[in-house]
Design a protein around this ligand. Structure first.
Ligand code: GLC
Length: 537
């Protein structure tokens, strides 16, 4: 469904760039990135052409889960700076013509948050019901069989008050009780605090976890569980996540946003598409962009990807805006999943599909997952399940800016080791290298931003087989494009059956292909992709 130009909102037309603040740019020589560091790199982001920045949590936190365990929702962790730095960030991001999206983590707090400190102090404390406390079963065991995403059971026994509390993640991340209206109001107030400061939106952490089954029933076993999988996957989270009442909460959050001009909300939601799309809400009054993670974990196979795109396009409610993601701070990087060459094809895909693209920092220079020796692992998910290779550290290593010591990220040894190849793979080098993936991203971004067919036009699949995918992007009265991608390493050939295709390659993974006039047959080498500007008939 296309919309008239005047209705194309900033987050629909825009391109989001995710910053993991610990690893983007250090300014004070402590080996951890910070807000002044981000400020220093705004020129780069503007040069790249992205239009919005989402920053992973900057709030005070004991850092048990690297900022996703918050102990104060309305402040900035001293590691990252202070509120004055933040205000400057809002101002400068806006002055650069970009938008700022904050990470909001409403599902759980740190166990060091004053709310939890109070809640655990006694059974009759006013904030007792702000968290999920339950008696042991008669045999002393936890109230149900739910598991923690980070390994082990999800209930922690509290000696002082002789009850269990629920934590979907770490013991140090107790879940809030969103059925309690005071909790709801407190978190909506947090949203207003940041919206009043001028932030343009939120990426809401684990949105689908926020409400749990009222009766806390046992989750059923997962028949597809295999040994290599995270222990959490032994059960199907039927009662612990995606409960119908979550939509009331999302709608309340949305109402807060709607009280301001032009703000937006992304939901982090790992669910099958049929369930994901329910988070758009009735009449699209839920999340503006429930994150579409389809490309993160599906086999890199043209036929499956083509089918997935159609499945998603078909499942979207009317007027719901799509979005696409290749990576984030919880997932292996795209270069490591599909290879360096194929990652260039993935960039063409991400930036020519219909819907808002989100780029994970470093993706644009082809950063790969960095092997982190076990004695240097920091991620609790990796530490708690050491035999499963689940650490998220490899995808969180410092941004590679230059070939100087510590890659221009810091003057000191970074908190997580750098890729040993940063001398070759870095921004400075790639800016000068015409064939670099960085310049490919920059040109793709510029093309997408300039062409209505690409940022808001119709998507129509033209052809797909096990190697290749071809689709049209079209918009009334605007230049049309045909995108042909070879998602394999072997040559492939495409001759449309019923239509004659005429046009010129405007952008390609390999520059030799650019400028080529196309008249029906398209031959691509392995790992090649082209964007064809079609002749008007
Ligand atoms: C989200 C975050 C992840 C974090 C988890 C718990 O999935 O993306 O990094 O560990 O929530 O807050």
């Amino acid at each position: 469904m296309t919309q008239p130009e005047e209705h194309c909102l900033w987050w629909q037309k825009g391109i989001i760039y995710q910053i993991y603040p610990r690893s983007f740019q250090d300014s004070n020589g402590d080996g951890v990135g910070d807000i002044p560091g981000i400020l220093k790199r705004l020129d780069y982001l503007k040069w790249l052409g992205v239009t919005a920045i989402w920053i992973s949590p900057l709030y005070p936190s004991p850092m048990a889960d690297f900022g996703y365990d918050i102990s104060d929702y309305c402040n900035i962790h001293p590691l990252f700076g202070n509120l004055a730095d933040f205000d400057k960030l809002v101002q400068e991001v806006h002055a650069a013509g970009m938008k700022l999206i904050l990470d909001l983590v409403p599902n759980h707090t740190s166990d060091e948050h004053p709310w939890f400190v109070e809640s655990r102090s006694s059974r009759d404390n006013a904030k007792r019901d702000w968290y999920i406390w339950k008696d042991a079963r008669p045999d002393g065991l936890p109230p149900n069989n739910w598991l923690s995403m980070f390994g082990g059971g999800a209930w922690e026994w509290d000696e002082t008050t002789q009850q269990y509390y629920y934590h979907a993640f770490l013991v140090k991340q107790p879940d809030l009780n969103w059925r309690n209206p005071q909790v709801q109001e407190a978190m909506l107030q947090v949203m207003r605090f940041w919206l009043d400061k001028g932030v343009d939106g939120f990426r809401v952490d684990v949105m689908w976890h926020m409400i749990k089954d009222e009766q806390l029933r046992d989750n059923p076993p997962n028949p597809a569980y295999q040994q290599h999988m995270a222990t959490y996957e032994q059960l199907l989270p039927v009662y612990s996540t995606d409960q119908p009442e979550v939509h009331d909460i999302v709608s309340k959050m949305r109402q807060v946003l709607d009280g301001y001009d032009d703000r937006m909300m992304i939901g982090e939601i790992y669910l099958p598409i049929s369930k994901l799309v329910t988070y758009y809400g009735v009449d699209n009054k839920g999340a503006h962009l429930p994150f579409n993670f389809m490309l993160l974990n599906m086999p890199w196979n043209a036929a499956e990807i083509a089918a997935a795109i159609d499945l998603y396009e078909g499942a979207l409610p009317q007027n719901a805006w799509p979005n696409w993601v290749l990576g984030n701070h919880d997932q292996p990087r795209i270069s490591s999943r599909v290879g360096q060459q194929q990652a260039r094809v993935a960039a063409l895909l991400l930036l020519t599909l219909r819907g808002t693209p989100t780029i994970y920092y470093g993706e644009e220079i082809g950063m790969r997952d960095v092997p982190i020796p076990f004695n240097e692992v920091k991620d609790p998910q990796g530490l708690n399940m050491p035999d499963k290779n689940l650490s998220r550290d490899p995808a969180r290593t410092p941004m590679q800016w230059s070939n100087s010591e510590y890659a221009g990220f810091s003057d000191a040894a970074p908190w997580l080791r750098l890729d040993s190849g940063f001398n070759r793979t870095n921004v400075q080098h790639q800016k000068e290298e015409p064939l670099s993936v960085l310049l490919l991203y920059k040109r793709l971004i510029a093309l997408r931003q300039a062409q209505p067919a690409l940022y808001r036009g119709r998507y129509q699949r033209v052809y797909s087989d096990t190697q290749m995918l071809a689709y049209l992007r079209e918009e009334e009265g605007a230049q049309s494009y045909l995108v042909v991608l070879n998602l394999s390493h072997r040559p492939c050939y495409f001759t449309p059956a019923s239509v004659v295709i005429k046009g010129k390659v405007i952008l390609a993974t390999s520059p030799e292909l650019e400028g080529q006039v196309i008249s029906n047959t398209i031959n691509l080498a392995g790992d090649e992709g082209v964007i064809i500007e079609l002749d008007t008939l």
